[in-house]
Write a protein that binds this ligand. Structure first.
Ligand SMILES: C[S@@+](CC[C@H](N)C(=O)[O-])C[C@H]1O[C@@H](n2cnc3c(N)ncnc32)[C@H](O)[C@@H]1O
Length: 274
């Protein structure tokens, strides 16, 4: 056990008091500081400590004084800080009476483990509040000119994790069912397994020419977009060198970008087609 973990464990055993601080589980939005909510910005400003990973992006993190930042994302050596460490650290800081912002990319309750942290805090008797953020699942497509619903193209949208391999028997994502909805499919954490789930969706009956867009680092200064179809998007990803964090949008709405991109100013100054 590291020194840092031991310190947290020791504090865990302390009994909470009336002076216990509050934890704010805050969504940062997708990365553009102008997309922070007013409430998020105020809480960051007044917090004693901000626990964060890399997802809020360099522009937002760069505005937070280093003295009050604690990175609970990737540790040196490329390993993730264990969730258990983060949970215990939140409780430890709260019991010291600190006001704590737990800053997460996008919305804290969308694939953000915010729900797990809320349960842990409640069990430990630590008061907390949830500050919703602009999720990349909607903002990512939007800033690329893609509405996730559209009266002519999609009347439903599904948000799924791309971590799941569709060839795995125990996959928690039912790709066959998703293919049958006829709605937009937005995949988070879906760069690495793009080949597997695009093939899975074709096997499940979606046409190979179904439009697909990849939006990398949406709203960051170096945002990029690559477009293709279920048949071609893996090549498009590789040609453009698209890397996480990126959103995959699958469905007819992805083709609307072509019709608006000439006049779209979101990524006019911030990037171009990959
Ligand atoms: C652990 S999930 C967190 C999602 C986050 N809670 C949200 O609501 O946006 C991480 C994934 O979110 C997506 N993501 C987050 N920020 C992004 C951004 N600025 N541009 C593109 N994708 C982003 C990527 O798919 C990334 O792999």
């Amino acid at each position: 056990m590291s020194e840092r973990d031991e310190a947290v464990t020791a504090t865990e055993e302390r009994v909470g008091t009336d002076d216990t601080g509050t934890v704010s589980l805050v969504g940062s939005g997708p990365g553009d500081p102008d997309l922070l909510t007013v409430k998020a910005a105020e809480l960051i400003e007044s917090a004693d400590v901000v626990l964060h990973d890399k997802l809020p992006g360099p522009e937002i993190l760069g505005r937070i004084p280093e003295a009050k930042r604690e990175d609970v994302g990737k540790r040196a050596g490329g390993e993730w800080t264990p969730q258990e460490y983060t949970n215990r650290r939140l409780v430890e800081l709260a019991r010291e009476g600190k006001s704590i912002v737990r800053l997460k990319g996008g919305d804290p309750f969308v694939f953000g483990r915010g729900g797990e942290e809320a349960e842990y805090l409640a069990e430990a008797g630590v008061p907390f509040e949830v500050v919703p953020g602009v999720t990349s699942a909607i903002a990512g497509p939007a800033v690329a000119g893609i509405p996730v619903t559209h009266r002519d193209h999609a009347s439903s949208v599904s948000f799924v994790t791309g971590h799941e391999d569709p060839t795995k028997e125990e996959s928690a994502v039912d790709w066959d069912a998703l293919a049958a909805t006829g709605g937009t499919i937005v995949v988070l954490m879906g760069v690495g397994k793009l080949q597997a789930y695009t093939a899975g969706l074709r096997d499940a009956g979606l046409a190979g020419d179904t439009p697909v867009a990849l939006v990398e680092r949406a709203t960051w200064p170096d945002m990029r977009v690559a477009t293709g179809t279920l048949d071609t998007v893996v090549d498009a990803r590789d040609e453009a060198g698209i890397e996480p964090p990126a959103i995959t949008v699958i469905g007819d709405v992805a083709a609307t970008r072509e019709r608006v991109v000439e006049f779209l100013r979101n990524d006019g100054k911030r990037g171009d087609d990959g």
